[in-house]
Design a protein around this ligand. Structure first.
Ligand code: FE2
Length: 132
């Protein structure tokens, strides 16, 4: 069973971004499954790396979209993104130093993503939709 199921309450109504958010949660679910399956640490490390790559690309795309719309709160939004990526990199470094990924780390990822999407992302989504 999936650790977290995407649902319409976190939809922005921007299909490309919603698709990327779904994919992000799938990466978290993949990581959860890899840990629970007791996969080799190399496999878990690869999932963490892919998750960070995907998150980074997704955040860049959101920031490009906000830039193209002259969204005024982009700097604060970008700061949230940067903090999350820094946290993920810390998790990755800890893992590479032999520390197990704790369940609360996955809870943190899901909670951060849901909170960010429902708050910060929905703000830019409203801004974009108002302009159309
Ligand atoms: Fe965002």
């Amino acid at each position: 069973m999936a650790f977290f199921e995407w649902n319409d309450s976190i939809a922005l109504g921007i299909p490309t971004i919603d698709g990327q958010h779904k994919a992000l949660f799938e990466w978290v679910n993949t990581l959860d499954a890899a840990i629970k399956n007791g996969d080799e640490s190399e496999a878990v490390g690869e999932v963490i790396m892919n998750l960070i790559t995907y998150v980074t690309e997704h955040f860049s795309e959101e920031e490009r979209l906000m830039t193209s719309c002259n969204y005024p709160d982009l700097p604060a939004h970008r700061q949230e993104h940067d903090q999350f990526v820094s946290r993920l990199r810390e998790i990755q470094v800890n893992f590479l130093h032999g520390h197990k990924i704790a369940a609360n780390v996955l809870d943190f990822m899901v909670e951060w993503l849901v909170c960010h999407i429902k708050g910060t992302d929905q703000s830019y989504s409203r801004f974009i939709h108002q302009r159309v």
